[in-house]
Design a protein around this ligand. Structure first.
Ligand code: OGA
Ligand code: NI
Length: 335
């Protein structure tokens, strides 16, 4: 079998100390030359146990407008549940390759779910140092269990437990984001499909890389989702673009990292900013992350919320079906 998984390439590369040319970024992208070193960006940290809702609304509004990213602590998802989520995900990626391939994204399959490696090469034919697993976790009607690991056996229960707790946090955050715009609590969620809002889990697996200064994990992008709620492991890697430079985002144990995605920027007519981010890789350690993408159903139309539009604030974005937005973005077509 042709070796295409980064995990397999990494085990060879770590033996001979070099990486294949397609993983070496051009100089203007290399983390060694483009990262501001010695400064970790303190993105806003929001304590969700604060009883003052108005204060929470204000701080989430500011963070989403100025940064497009913030971390939340004291969010009610216990550290046990987060550790279990990380443990079962790690165990899956450590299974023999054939077992992982059993839930690989089928060749020619149009969906995004399944185990895999980004096949389409990026700008200048370069590749990211990362494998992934995608599967939906909510609502039940959107779930395809064929793409969920059977091993470890507790994978399903653990992910269901994490998801049910995460939905509570997500509803709170969407409510605060809605109020920040002067809307009713439920209006943002309604604008994303209401109870049909889909939760897509991704697990990123970044193996150790002998030349971390030359390679990238995920390349610079904004998420297409409304918001993304991400759990990282303890290995540094997430970077955010701010004031023309790339900065490391500080790791806070048990915090959730919230990214504002494209659909939230659109709904808010540009008040909230979809954050531009990328990841670096580590020489010795495996980095993993668990982003949950909150996405509208594919047939659902998303556009600027009518109440936010007036003569002085004309719509800055088209209203279109989410699937059409995704198609244009993936094919690099104008929206
Ligand atoms: C992503 C992403 C960041 C990370 O998968 O979209 O941005 O920290 N991941 O792994
Ligand atoms: Ni992302």
């Amino acid at each position: 079998m042709e070796i295409e998984r980064v995990q397999e390439i990494a085990s060879l590369s770590n033996l001979n100390g070099t990486i294949p040319i397609e993983f070496i970024r051009s100089e203007n992208e290399q983390p060694a030359t483009t990262t501001i070193h010695g400064v970790t960006l303190e993105v806003p940290v929001i304590d969700l146990s604060d009883l003052d809702d108005q204060k929470l609304v204000a701080s989430i509004f500011e963070a989403s407008k100025d940064w497009g990213i913030f971390q939340v602590v004291n969010h009610d998802i216990t550290s046990e549940v987060i550790s279990k989520l990380q443990k079962v995900g790690k165990e899956f990626f450590e299974l023999p390759q054939e077992e992982k391939e059993a839930i690989a994204k089928p060749v020619g399959y149009k969906g995004v779910e399944g185990y895999g490696t980004k096949l389409q090469k990026e700008v200048e034919g370069k590749k990211g140092w990362v494998d992934h697993l995608f599967h939906r976790v909510w609502p039940p009607s959107a779930i395809n269990y064929q793409f969920w690991p059977k091993n470890p056996p507790s994978y399903r229960e653990t992910n269901e437990q994490y998801t049910s707790m995460l939905i509570g946090v997500a509803n709170k955050l969407l409510g605060f984001l809605s109020k920040g715009l002067g809307l009713e609590e439920g209006e943002i969620k309604q604008g994303l499909g209401g109870e049909d809002l889909t939760y897509m889990l991704k697990i990123n697996y970044y193996p150790p890389c002998p030349c971390p200064e030359l390679a990238l994990g995920v390349v610079p992008h904004t998420d297409m989702s409304s918001i993304t709620i991400l759990v990282p492991n303890e290995v540094q890697g997430l970077q955010v673009f701010k004031d023309d430079h790339w900065y490391d985002v500080a790791y806070i144990p048990n915090a959730l990292i919230i990214h504002i995605g494209d659909q939230m920027e659109i709904l808010s007519n540009g008040i909230y900013k979809s954050v531009y981010h990328r990841t670096t890789v580590n020489k010795e350690k495996t980095r993993m992350s668990w982003p949950m993408f909150l996405e509208p159903p594919s047939e659902f139309e998303v556009g600027p919320i009518p109440k936010l539009i007036n003569q002085d604030n004309p719509p800055k974005y088209k209203t279109k079906k989410y699937k059409d937005y995704v198609y244009c973005k993936l094919n690099k077509l104008p929206q």
